[in-house]
Write a protein that binds this ligand. Structure first.
Ligand code: SF4
Ligand code: SF4
Length: 91
């Protein structure tokens, strides 16, 4: 996956509603595919907690970087991610 240059999105950031990423920890099997396919580095591991012996996936503080591309949702094998993309958010 290629990363997207911040400068490309600068006009949109801050002016449009931000997509919201929901992670269902009960369904997550900690394969971390979502972390690896996110082109914006929005998802990461929570180093402060263990769930079933694994680090849970969380949204970083800078989740405003999420483009709503839904890579994470579409490629999660356990349907543990849902991305709500506001209608007016086209990034
Ligand atoms: S892709 Fe799905 S199952 Fe795998 S770590 Fe991410 S949320 Fe969990
Ligand atoms: S929707 Fe796209 S940009 Fe947002 S967290 Fe998922 S993979 Fe990353």
């Amino acid at each position: 996956m290629t990363d997207v240059d911040d400068a490309e999105l600068a006009p949109a950031l801050g002016s449009t509603p931000v997509p919201k990423v929901h992670i269902n920890e009960a369904w997550c099997k900690h394969c971390y595919i979502c972390v690896s396919v996110c082109p914006r580095g929005v998802l990461t591991l929570d180093e402060s907690r263990l769930v079933g012996g694994y680090r849970p996936v969380v949204v970083k503080d800078d989740d405003a970087r999420c483009t709503g591309c839904r890579n994470c949702e579409l490629l999660c094998p356990d349907l543990a991610i849902q991305v709500d993309v506001p209608e007016s958010s086209h990034r």
